[in-house]
Design a protein around this ligand. Structure first.
Ligand code: ADP
Ligand code: MG
Length: 295
């Protein structure tokens, strides 16, 4: 394509709400055959709410919310915001947390009111020798089968509760995925969340069950992109989080949600300004048209 055509394409992108890092990006956009989508904040709104609290025998819901709420108050993760807001609504002011530690893709830990508190994936509690009793195991399974995220909470060596949080699929996600398919692309869902939750979201937006890659730690997301590339696929990755930055950089084409974190935007080739997944399909159409390929 001529430099003029590329400039026109870049300008047209801006009108569509697509910021393109440089004209050469259009070239990599054209060849893409696979689109890897982060779940939380990309396919879903990321605005989670606390739906339910399940406690082990003898535990108090309010105490669980007070301790987990103050711990999550120190984190900016969408799950953390849901727990902190839901807890503050129920129990009022939350105590301060000391020695707060964020464990990306796993959860959070810290000291609240003299208790060593941990909240997140079951594997994180297991690191602390805490195991969910059968009643909480069952609550967790039911929540995940319903497409919700179950957050385990424990302190002082014992697992005490499971919190249920959920976020909604963005109203434009299903249509965006239909448009990507119509362009001949294969959508893949990539998430650190549990397999059952990922499967429920995939079914809702029309991603095939065999294209769901779940339980992936943040540092492994880039390796998943690399594996797809080594299978000969040309991969676009769409993400919003700090945990997506390395995968966005690894992909043949990185697309960041404009509503996401600076780390994701800096790592990406394209920014979808409005955070609307349909503009990912617009970007690919634009690149093909600008470069004069009919496919
Ligand atoms: P995604 O890939 O969908 O954007 P993340 O990699 O950020 O998700 O998180 C993966 C999982 O780690 C979450 O589903 C949750 O179980 C756990 N987790 C992460 N951060 C937190 C937190 N602040 N509090 C509780 N659990 C968390
Ligand atoms: Mg995300």
């Amino acid at each position: 394509a001529t430099p003029t055509a590329l400039m026109v394409g870049t300008g047209r992108g801006a009108q569509l709400g697509i910021l393109i890092r440089g004209p050469e990006v259009l070239e990599s956009t054209r060849a893409v055959d696979t689109v890897v989508l982060d779940k939380t904040g990309t396919v879903t709104t990321g605005a989670m709410t606390l739906l339910a609290v399940h406690v082990a025998e003898g535990e108090s819901e309010d105490e669980v919310l007070r301790l987990a709420g103050s711990l999550e108050h120190a984190s900016e993760h969408p799950i953390a915001r849901a727990v902190a807001v839901g807890a503050a609504e129920r129990v009022g002011e939350l105590p301060p947390v000391e020695g707060f530690d964020n464990r990306p893709g796993l959860g959070v830990q810290g000291v609240v009111d003299g208790h060593a508190v941990v909240a997140g994936r079951e594997a994180l509690l297991a690191d602390w020798g805490q195991h969910l009793p059968e009643s909480l195991q069952a609550a967790k399974q039911r929540a995940e089968q319903a497409g919700r995220t179950a957050i385990a909470v424990g302190w002082d060596g014992r697992a005490r509760a499971v919190l249920e949080v959920a976020d909604a699929v963005k109203p434009t996600s299903a249509q965006a995925i239909r448009e990507l398919r119509a362009l001949g692309l294969t959508p893949v869902l990539l998430t650190g969340d549990h397999r059952a939750v990922a499967a429920a979201v995939a079914a809702e937006v029309g991603i095939d069950a065999d294209q769901v890659i779940a339980d992936v730690l943040p540092e492994d997301k880039a390796a998943v992109v690399g594996r797809l590339q080594s299978e000969g696929r040309v991969v676009a990755m769409v993400g919003d989080g700090v945990n997506d930055a390395a995968a966005l950089a690894m992909a043949d084409l990185g697309l960041a949600m404009g509503t996401g974190t600076d780390a994701a935007i800096e790592a990406a080739d394209l920014t979808l300004v409005r955070g609307d997944l349909r503009t990912a399909a617009d970007a690919i159409r634009l690149a093909r048209r600008t470069l004069g390929t009919i496919k």
